[in-house]
Design a protein around this ligand. Structure first.
Ligand code: SF4
Ligand code: SF4
Length: 284
């Protein structure tokens, strides 16, 4: 067993399916999969020494998973904290109280995912979300409302009405505390890295593989939470011990490259995401 380096974030894609098809969300090329409870437990056992914060997504909508509560229970038993990013459309349909689950450390609701929906559907979902947010005001769970788009008048109006005060969309001002445990997270949408995009640069660094790891719905381990087609795959956690994957030459070269400002993987050389966070990374 290698010494267990702790990663800040361990992404586990419990499903790669989604009930929406947002324009900014490049579709993946993999088969649709929903992780079984047995596979999740095996993956959790493998990841457990390497970090305490699980993020239940890469692609896909986690609240679609029929065993979401079981996964949260298993994470809680393993003393892990879970962070969820959801489009929010199914929260009211869940058969358990998501906001009260002891494993849940933060919840991000991607409001911008609602923008393409018909007005009537938006109204229904936003009504459900208002009730959910109101209940959550009595709790300690922090909810982040993510708005990564322009032309979001309906969503901003809903939020202003909910809070009883005008809210202004300022994409440069990230993480604007609203009330108690409710935060507005504004930014601009990013482009998913794609092997078919033109090369951008082979210089740079990134948190992928240094501070985070991701497991795709079939058990594939990759250093990058944006590697939605598994181009950086280190192997499969359902077949190979993680200690073997994290001592592989591919991972060692990848890590060493990032530590010296070199993007050695083809996908990374075509990625613009790391440029977006360049300043933050260089500041450590
Ligand atoms: S951004 Fe989220 S909600 Fe939209 S299609 Fe992708 S996974 Fe689904
Ligand atoms: S450079 Fe891009 S593709 Fe490579 S690890 Fe970072 S985010 Fe992922």
């Amino acid at each position: 067993m290698i010494e267990a380096v702790k990663f800040d974030r361990l992404y586990v894609e419990i499903t790669n399916t989604c009930n929406l098809s947002c324009t900014f969300c490049t579709p993946h090329w993999r088969d649709n999969r929903v992780m079984s409870v047995e596979d999740f437990q095996r993956i959790l056992n493998q990841l457990s020494p390497f970090g305490d914060h699980l993020y239940f997504h890469v692609k896909g909508e986690p609240t679609l998973h029929p065993e979401l509560k079981t996964f949260l229970d298993l994470a809680h038993q393993a003393h892990k904290k879970v962070h969820l990013v959801t489009n929010g459309t199914l929260i009211s349909k869940l058969t358990f109280d998501l906001g009260a689950h002891p494993a849940l450390a933060s919840l991000v609701i991607s409001l911008h995912s609602l923008q393409p929906l018909p007005t009537s559907a938006q109204k229904t979902i936003l009504g459900d979300l208002s009730r959910f947010l109101t209940v959550n005001r009595q709790r300690t769970l922090t909810i982040y409302l993510r708005l990564w788009n322009e032309n979001n008048g309906v969503l901003i109006q809903w939020l202003s009405d909910y809070l009883g005060q005008p809210i202004h969309y300022t994409p440069s001002k990230k993480r604007q505390p609203l009330i108690d445990n409710l935060v507005l997270d504004t930014d601009q949408a990013f482009e998913w890295p794609d092997i078919e995009h033109p090369k951008v640069t082979d210089k740079g660094t990134c948190y992928g593989g240094l501070k985070m790891l991701a497991v795709l719905a079939d058990g594939t381990l990759t250093p990058c939470c944006l590697d939605h087609n598994g181009h950086l795959a280190l192997g499969n956690l359902l077949e190979t011990p993680i200690s073997e994957l994290l001592t592989s030459p591919r991972y060692a070269d990848f890590r060493n490259g990032l530590e010296h400002g070199q993007l050695i993987e083809d996908l990374c050389q075509r990625c613009t995401y790391h440029l977006k966070h360049k300043k933050r990374i260089s500041q450590g």
